[in-house]
Design a binder for this molecule. Structure first.
Ligand SMILES: Cc1cc2nc3c(=O)[nH]c(=O)nc-3n(C[C@H](O)[C@H](O)[C@H](O)COP(=O)(O)OP(=O)(O)OC[C@H]3O[C@@H](n4cnc5c(N)ncnc54)[C@H](O)[C@@H]3O)c2cc1C
Length: 406
């Protein structure tokens, strides 16, 4: 087992890396705790442009087939709980024993940030990602009529997926203002961040409207006169002037208390109304799932545009710890296509270290492919992603040194 590259995470980043390595005759073991390979790709389903669908299950199946054809080994339903470095080897502690490797790639993806709302412990309250997995992966409807709390790119995409599956989404609304919902509960801030992704909106009205809101004055005007009952996308009202202040029900979710909010997020007293629902999704955004990098001893930097605390790494996907690499959402929150491209970069870097199986030129081209994919990405989780990537590059250059291939 010692001569194998080990990859933790069978999402798009891990799968792309495994295929690239195995195609170069490098033995690879992919460890993942889930039932199937594919990671968060499995839940994804959306129309990229009219008539062209991104179907995550189909994409995952294609990747797994390609991986199996080049003899990538999979160990699923196996959680990694700890990492340590003994001599030159990384020791990976899992629920199925310990594994060793000199070259370890962490491709553990992202996790969701929840926020508390009164009543959130009732059965029927779930994260928006859980609703996505239930619907698109397990084909189980989370309920008949739901309300999504938290307006962002992911919640809008998943609302559309629920609607496609025949689940009624009564509204996507803001959460109430508290210390933990800062940034998610202020109508103006939420609208400003949505304007960056308005090109994804299915409605020409929204696209045109968003183009008019170029300066602060127009944005303030826009949010002041934003319809209280929301603007419909995919027939779902996106309510930027309403917040769910409580989830109600006796033994399970029966509805929410919805209130109108002022432009600063404060509640308009007396505006509270009861809305019926049998499930509620909380959508607090995503952050990189990087605990294993922390256990390994990687330094971390907080970069808001990348989604939170990020392990120090360079463009070749190396960390500053010998033999440890990262790829995909662990390095910052982006869509699956960017994760795929990053996986290839990591694999080429590992191949170069192992047996000179990739040249500097190959790696440079792969990095350019990441940049190109990023520039044309259908889903952008953070409008300032490029600035975040630039910040990490600068931190690396200042702390570890400039890279030889640039
Ligand atoms: C809930 C959710 C919904 C998303 N929906 C979308 C969407 O609709 N569209 C979109 O473009 N992007 C979406 N994303 C972003 C998504 O993360 C990327 O699109 C892409 O899947 C990232 O690829 P990745 O390979 O980095 O990680 P992932 O696809 O997240 O794969 C990581 C894998 O690592 C495994 N893993 C993690 N920790 C361990 C451990 N300790 N031991 C063993 N295995 C472990 C996980 O089981 C998982 O299979 C979503 C993310 C989340 C969290």
């Amino acid at each position: 087992m010692n001569n194998k590259v080990i990859i933790i995470g069978a999402g798009p980043a891990g799968l792309a890396a495994a295929i690239t390595l195995a195609e170069k005759n490098i033995a690879v073991l992919v460890i993942d705790e889930y039932l199937y390979a594919g990671g968060r790709l499995l839940g994804q389903l959306y129309e990229e442009k009219p008539g062209t669908w991104w179907n995550g299950i189909v994409e995952s199946e294609r990747l797994v087939e390609r991986a199996k054809a080049v003899h990538v080994e999979f160990l699923l339903q196996t959680s990694v709980s700890d990492l340590e470095k003994i001599g030159q080897m990384w020791v990976i502690h899992t629920t199925k024993g310990a594994f060793r490797t000199q070259h370890l790639l962490l491709a553990t993806g992202a996790a969701e940030s929840p926020f508390p709302i009164p009543g959130w412990t009732l059965p029927g309250v779930m994260s928006v990602g859980a609703a996505q997995v239930m619907t698109n992966v397990h084909r189980v409807k989370p309920g008949k009529r739901g309300v999504i709390v938290g307006v962002n790119v992911l919640s809008s995409a998943i609302a559309m997926e629920l609607q496609l599956a025949g689940v009624h989404v009564a509204a996507i609304t803001l959460p109430p203002t508290n210390l933990l919902t800062e940034g998610y509960s202020n109508p103006l801030e939420v609208m400003t961040s949505l304007l960056h992704v308005a090109h994804m909106a299915p409605s020409p009205l929204v696209k045109i409207g968003s183009k008019l809101m170029k300066n602060d004055f127009m944005k303030k005007l826009g949010i002041t006169f934003y319809p209280k009952n929301g603007v419909k996308m995919w027939d779902i009202p996106i309510m930027l002037r309403k917040a769910v202040i409580e989830i109600v029900g006796k033994n399970q979710v029966e509805g929410v208390i919805l209130a109108t909010v002022n432009t600063d997020g404060s509640i308009v007293k007396g505006s509270e109304q009861h809305i019926k629902a049998d499930f509620i999704c909380i959508a607090g955004g995503l952050y990189p799932l990087a605990e294993l990098a922390s256990l390994a001893g990687c330094p971390f930097h907080y970069i808001e545009q990348l989604g939170g605390f990020i392990p120090l790494h360079n463009e070749q996907m190396e960390t500053n710890l010998e033999g440890l690499y990262v790829a995909g959402n662990i390095t910052g929150i982006e869509g699956a296509k960017v994760a795929l491209a990053q996986g290839e970069v990591a694999a080429l870097t590992i191949a170069q270290h192992l047996n000179g199986g990739a040249s500097n030129h190959d790696i440079k081209l792969a990095i350019q492919a990441v940049e190109k994919t990023r520039a044309t990405a259908h889903i952008q989780f953070h409008p300032e992603i490029l600035a975040g990537r630039q910040q990490m590059k600068q931190i690396w250059n200042e702390s570890v040194g400039s890279l030889s291939i640039h």
